[in-house]
Design a protein around this ligand. Structure first.
Ligand code: 3PG
Length: 394
């Protein structure tokens, strides 16, 4: 059920789970994307006269109040970004919360303190769920990026209050359905990032679902090494050679093409501006490391993007955070953005680094959908059910 089904909510207390786990430096929010994303749900509910009570976590305070994990500065930032007053209560369940909720007028917005200041949150403890539910009549979950957690505020509340998906949750689920649920074919996946070890489940699932899998970043080295290519000093998990071979066999059996780099940009040091050269992938010097995919690899990747009707992307193709090793990621991202703008491609991307990489390439705005989720996006790509979503389907 979405907000379309919520009915008359004037005067009702609506508990809205949002993800305000935003990056901060020196008390200031450095990327407000997650705040912007929950704007539509908050505006819709407040404009319909509901009392909008926001629940969120911040960081990992391990069940205890800790000043550095307070949501108070985030409440201020949220007010600024959304251009409306956002109150703040110093706890999410005690009398402070109850008093702040009791003082609300219709259309007011209030953020309650970090739900993870209580052990019951991560334990999904029924008593804590009850305490949270005491402040609301209706529950709305707009935090897709926290939906892989079966916590009190992401899962438990949906069992005890009438529950609805917020607009961002709805948009995420619709986009993801287009990406892997029921995608236009052929489907190409790009998976990059440093390590295979963190993405084994992801790769194993994808080879069964997509027509082609482009492997990039540090993890490509593990695959190259596993098939006997010398990768010099490149980051590679040699102990995962067998796993990498199994994934390649599974891909062949499923008819999924696996695309590995055919050339690489190599350097002797891992730092911005390091002297570098592009070499064929079977000519990596023993004392060098691959820090990016080369031009020929990008050409191949772009050809696969041209063939694709749907593209799902997680993880950069090189060490994009240090120039000039961002070139492959930037070139492929821009190419995908262009195909999307021309109406020829549905492109869905997600994962912490990926969003940063697409923003860096200036490509994010042209993608069909860029998820703000990190862990939840990965678990979804792995084909795992997300507790926060499953409970809303019931
Ligand atoms: C995220 O930042 O990915 C979500 O907010 C979940 O945070 P967590 O990994 O601490 O549960």
């Amino acid at each position: 059920k979405t907000l379309d089904d919520i009915g008359d909510i004037r005067g009702k207390r609506v508990l809205v789970r949002v993800d305000l786990n935003v990056p901060m430096a020196e008390g200031k929010v450095t990327d407000a994307t997650r705040i912007e994303r929950v704007g539509p749900t908050i505006a819709e509910l407040a404009d319909k006269g509901a009392k909008v009570i926001l629940l969120a976590h911040f960081g990992r305070p391990k069940g205890e109040p800790k000043a550095e994990f307070s949501l108070e500065p985030v409440a201020k930032a949220t007010a600024g970004v959304l251009g409306r007053a956002v109150g703040f209560a110093g706890d999410c369940v005690d009398e402070k919360a109850a008093a702040a909720v009791a003082a609300m007028q219709d259309g007011d917005v209030l953020l309650l303190e970090n739900t993870r200041f209580h052990k019951g949150e991560e334990k999904n403890d029924p008593d804590f769920v009850k305490a949270l539910a005491a402040n609301g009549d209706i529950y709305v979950n707009d935090a897709f990026s926290a939906a892989h957690r079966a916590h009190a505020s992401t899962e438990g509340l949906a069992h005890v209050l009438p529950a609805y998906a917020g607009r961002t949750m709805q948009a995420e689920l619709e986009a993801l359905e287009k990406g892997l649920g029921n995608p236009a074919k052929p489907v190409v996946a790009i998976v990059g990032g440093a390590k295979v070890s963190t993405k084994i489940d992801l790769l194993s699932n994808l080879v069964r679902k997509v027509d082609a899998l482009v492997i990039g970043g540090g993890m490509a080295n593990t695959f190259l090494a596993a098939r006997g290519t010398e990768v010099g000093k490149s980051l590679a998990e040699h102990d995962l050679a067998q796993t990498a071979r199994q994934i390649m066999i599974a891909a062949a059996e499923a008819g999924c093409a696996v695309i590995l780099p055919v050339d690489g940009v190599v350097a002797r040091e891992f730092k911005a501006g390091a002297a570098n050269e592009t070499v064929a992938i079977d000519a990596v010097p023993q004392d060098a490391m691959i820090l990016d995919a080369g031009e020929k690899s990008v050409e191949t990747i772009n050809q696969w993007i041209d063939r694709a009707a749907t593209l799902v992307w997680n993880g950069p193709l090189g060490a994009f955070e240090i120039e000039p090793f961002d070139r492959a990621t930037v070139a492929a991202a821009r190419h995908a953005a262009e195909r999307t703008s021309e109406g020829k491609l549905i492109s869905v991307a997600g994962g912490g680094d990926t969003v940063a990489a697409l923003n860096h390439a200036g490509a994010a705005d042209d993608f069909t959908y860029v998820s703000t989720a990190g862990g939840a996006f990965l678990e979804w790509m792995e084909g795992k059910p997300l507790p926060g979503v499953e409970v809303l389907k019931r």
